[in-house]
Design a protein around this ligand. Structure first.
Ligand code: FE
Ligand code: FE
Ligand code: ZN
Length: 278
């Protein structure tokens, strides 16, 4: 069965997210752990968590993907900015223990002129500070478009971060289709080649989740603008090959397309219709 969901607002709590997922035909979901821009967080209500876990077990909703706010920068030049990322990651990972088996995705960061090497070093340092041995969450590094001084536009950069993390068995990768295409990996013309490259550099066993987004911009433009599925430069045929690819078809897929809920419901139905069950 296709594991498919979308980004869902966490503003009304976990149970509300579960109900929303069900209403759009999703069997998984992604949410922001806190305000995506500011980083403020609401207290987690244990009753809401329990109600959500019961609801999702009953409805077959699983493999949650928690997304860290994208304003956090684990490799900022300023120590207080890095410290804020460290505190937010630590707090998020502590709260996610209430939802065992959740994946926690984050944008590696922007080195803001310090250089890729230094950025990689600082990101690994942050991860070594926040990952703890008993943790039940898998931390995912997201593949990025390589916009500005963003780290993670090359598979080699993610590999270099993983290599520097002590508890690296807690690390995986989330591949964002818009980002990799924008970064110059041709998933439209040569999906097999890109996945071979991913396997050679990072290892396909690290690949745990896919962000399914079309792109507003042409190949390799390093802009990171998501488009609705089938309406951008990646196109529906490529998405059919992606969700049915033997190396990808059993992974959970998350839409982050520019849509309200009815748009997500339509994309989920469309993707289910082109997924071959066998
Ligand atoms: Fe992201
Ligand atoms: Fe993404
Ligand atoms: Zn993006």
């Amino acid at each position: 069965m296709l594991k498919i969901g979308s980004h869902i607002s966490s503003a009304k709590g976990y149970l509300a997210m579960g109900r929303t997922a069900e209403s759009i035909g999703a069997n998984t979901l992604q949410f922001f752990t806190r305000n995506p821009r500011g980083g403020a967080v609401k207290e987690q209500d244990p009753d809401d968590v329990a109600a959500f876990l019961a609801f999702s077990a009953e409805k077959g909703i699983g493999t949650l993907l928690a997304h860290a706010p994208y304003t956090l920068n684990a490799c900022a030049e300023k120590e207080n900015v890095r410290e804020f990322a460290r505190l937010a990651f630590t707090d998020d990972l502590a709260r996610l223990e209430a939802l065992p088996g959740t994946m926690y995705n984050f944008h590696p960061g922007s080195h803001v002129g310090q250089g890729v090497e230094k950025g990689i070093e600082l990101i690994a340092e942050t991860l070594n500070d926040v990952i703890f041995p008993e943790m039940q969450t898998t931390v995912l590094l997201e593949t990025m478009a390589g916009k500005g001084s963003e780290i993670g536009g090359r598979f080699e950069e993610l590999r270099a971060i993983i290599d520097r993390v002590e508890l690296s068995d807690r690390l995986g990768v989330c591949l964002d289709t818009c980002h990799v295409y924008d970064a110059g990996y041709d998933i439209v013309g040569d999906l097999d080649g890109v996945l071979q490259e991913f396997d050679r550099v990072i290892g396909l066993d690290r690949l745990r989740a896919i962000h399914l987004n079309d792109s507003k911009n042409p190949f390799a433009s390093h802009k990171d603008r998501h488009e609705k599925i089938g309406q951008g430069s990646i196109g529906l045929d490529a998405f059919g090959r992606i969700i049915n690819h033997p190396a990808l078809r059993d992974l959970p897929f998350y839409l982050e397309t520019p849509n309200e809920l009815p748009g997500y419901a339509a994309e989920i139905a469309l993707l289910k219709s082109i997924y071959s069950e066998y």
